[in-house]
Design a binder for this molecule. Structure first.
Ligand code: 5RP
Length: 228
């Protein structure tokens, strides 16, 4: 049974989906709840929906739930993207990448005409930065990227593969993740651009000005943040 906070956020996003749409599907446990609800709805209504997944996890879950997959080659512009987040600020800027899927997530979320975030309300913060910033990097560039991140004030740490994988975590794209703490991030756009300029950086988990709306579930209902 999904936690009620995630369920409420996912239910709110489901109301935005219409028959015939091309959907970008993010990654993570909240998106997993959304995929379950979407699969049910599509089956009940006989909808024609196709999904561009951002990870193996989401692709496999979508198929298990009877959803049709498509690609960003066929659909470089999607109608709607639904994705989770690790942090969201009141201006709808995000830190993402807790599940190491940030690169495809950023491509898909920014390719959608509308991008909605689904999360538990505890992910809302005044300023981004408590969650160390995930950065996808080329394995070849590891040592130098770490030095460069330190140079600009970060505390980078190569993400470990955990109990089931010795050594660094390897992403769906064959890269590494560095989690870099920068303290409170006052100017997310500036930091995003600064990090993207480092050779060997593939993508940064700062999503600035991309999201249109966030549904933040809690025990009593859903808080909605809208752009503008
Ligand atoms: C994956 C992500 C996830 O969307 C983020 O980590 C939130 O996940 P969850 O819904 O499990 O809290 O960015 O790269």
């Amino acid at each position: 049974m999904a936690p009620v906070e995630k369920l409420r956020a996912a239910e709110a996003a489901l109301k935005e989906v219409k028959d015939g749409q091309i959907l970008g599907i993010g990654t993570g446990s909240t998106v997993a709840v959304f995929i379950g609800l979407l699969g049910k709805k599509v089956k009940e209504e006989g909808w024609e929906i196709a999904c561009v997944p951002t990870s193996y996890q989401s692709a496999y879950l979508a198929v298990e739930n009877g959803l049709r997959l498509t690609t960003s080659d066929e659909h470089p512009v999607m109608d709607l993207a639904v994705d989770g987040t690790d942090e969201v600020d009141p201006g709808l800027n995000l830190i993402k990448g807790g599940g190491a899927a940030l690169t495809k997530e950023k491509v898909v979320d920014s390719s959608a005409k509308r991008f909605v975030v689904i999360a538990e309300s505890k992910k809302l913060v005044e300023n981004l930065g408590k969650f160390p910033l995930p950065i996808e990097i080329l394995p070849f560039a590891r040592a130098k990227v770490i030095l460069d991140l330190e140079e600009i004030g970060g505390e980078p740490k190569l993400r470990d593969g955990g109990d089931r994988k010795d050594g660094p975590l390897v992403t769906d794209n064959g890269n590494f993740i560095v989690d870099a703490a920068f303290g409170e991030i006052r100017d997310p756009k500036k930091l995003e651009l600064e990090i993207k300029m480092i050779p060997g950086v593939v993508e940064v988990g700062l999503f600035v000005g991309i999201a249109h709306c966030a549904y933040l579930g809690d025990s009593t209902g859903v808080r909605i943040l809208r752009k503008g």
